[in-house]
Ligand binder design. Structure first.
Ligand SMILES: NC(=O)c1ccc[n+]([C@@H]2O[C@H](COP(=O)([O-])OP(=O)(O)OC[C@H]3O[C@@H](n4cnc5c(N)ncnc54)[C@H](O)[C@@H]3O)[C@@H](O)[C@H]2O)c1
Ligand SMILES: [Zn+2]
Length: 355
């Protein structure tokens, strides 16, 4: 596996790296495919072309935007397009988009002709700080999140925060959830810094580009954890904090297309912090701080009723992180420190929703 720093490149310097890479690989790269959705086609592809003019000659594969498109049928369509435009094992895919594009495009790269090279250029905040990092690729199987997938390493990553200018605020908040998570599980100081900028961002005072350094830091926190445990045998599981409940909510609401990943995870983090307080030693004052900060990001106004809780528990039972038929949680010990492989009684999961 590649190590951090070696292959994550930021802003201006990043395009030089990409350009050099492409120019030096002319013999080994036969043709280039750029995967976009209809929105990144409009907002992001022109920026990429502005920076690297000769990419205009690439084949562009466009899919519809949205989580619903992250499925195996879309992968088949992409493979057919690769075939149609004569892709070989020497082709390269550039994924230009949010988590849906990097997850889907990365997965296609891992299976097409048993694996071709790919580069991630995430264009959402969530993509930059989370989805494009860590070698997980995959698609949903009906409403089961990321059920089909692979671990597959990109050539490198390009982070250009200028893409965030066109990103709607709700998508910014969604990405911020993962940044807060990185502070909660591994870096108290980073959590404090995130809290300081949160109010400014919510009130729209802060230019989105000014917090590039926080994005950078957030990426390094995730990459450092992934480097220590790339295949999620142990430590990497702490990145799932907020996600056991979060993924269940996301799956449950997927067909109604109602809940962004980051919002689901924010609610998940609040409930899982309650569970952490009950059984993992998290202090009441830490719990209160987390709840007040995260509910400003995503107010949990509508309580989830009993019927829904039972359906959510059924979804959690199918979580691929479970072991020995027990739902597994990653829980906080304190702000900045997280445990994994924690088993939680059903009654406490239910209680967390009603609290
Ligand atoms: N592989 C992983 O480790 C991992 C980790 C976290 C999340 N994910 C996955 O990532 C996905 C969510 O990612 P996401 O939130 O980026 O979703 P997304 O890809 O659906 O992007 C959100 C929306 O923003 C639009 N968009 C993208 N870039 C834009 C830009 N610069 N300006 C304007 N609009 C833009 C997209 O078209 C889409 O409508 C989920 O499927 C989740 O499961 C994967
Ligand atoms: Zn996530």
């Amino acid at each position: 596996m590649k190590k951090r720093g070696e292959f994550i490149h930021f802003n201006e310097e990043a395009y030089d790296v990409l350009k050099n890479y492409l120019l030096h690989q002319v013999d080994s790269i036969k043709n280039i495919f750029i995967l976009v959705d209809n929105i990144t086609y409009t907002h992001c592809l022109p920026i990429l072309f502005q920076n690297i003019d000769f990419l205009k000659k690439s084949n562009v594969i466009k899919i519809k935007s949205g989580e619903k498109e992250k499925n195996i049928y879309t992968c088949i369509q992409i493979c057919k397009n690769l075939e149609k435009f004569k892709a070989t094992r020497k082709s390269l895919i550039i994924n230009l988009g949010g988590g849906v594009i990097t997850d889907t495009g990365g997965f296609v790269a891992s299976i097409f002709k048993r694996g071709i090279r790919f580069i991630n250029i995430p264009t959402t905040l969530l993509g930059m700080v989370d989805a494009a990092i860590g070698y997980k690729t995959g698609v949903n199987l009906d409403s089961i999140k990321n059920e089909i997938g692979s671990f597959y390493v990109p050539e490198f990553l390009i982070i250009d925060t200028h893409f965030l200018k066109t990103l709607p605020n709700k998508e910014i908040f969604s990405g911020m959830a993962e940044m807060f998570k990185h502070g909660l599980i591994a870096d108290k100081n980073f959590w404090t810094q995130m809290n300081q900028i949160q109010t400014d961002i919510i009130q729209n005072k802060q230019n989105k580009n000014e917090w590039t350094h926080l994005i950078h830091q957030s990426i390094l926190i995730k990459q450092k954890i992934v480097d220590q445990d790339p295949k999620e045998k142990g430590l990497r599981k702490i990145l799932n904090f907020g996600h056991t409940i979060g993924h269940a909510l996301e799956s449950y609401f997927m067909n109604m297309n109602k809940m962004l990943h980051g919002f689901a995870v924010t609610i998940g983090m609040i409930y899982e912090s309650w569970i952490s307080y009950k059984i993992n030693g998290l202090s009441m004052s830490d719990y209160k701080e987390i709840r007040s900060s995260l509910s400003a990001l995503c107010p949990i106004s509508n309580q989830i009723d009993n019927l829904e809780i039972n359906k959510l528990l059924l979804i959690m039972e199918h979580d691929k992180k479970n072991e020995k038929n027990k739902i597994q949680f990653s829980l906080l010990k304190e702000i900045g420190e997280c445990s994994y492989n924690c088993q939680v009684p059903y009654s406490l999961i239910k209680e967390s929703f009603l609290n």
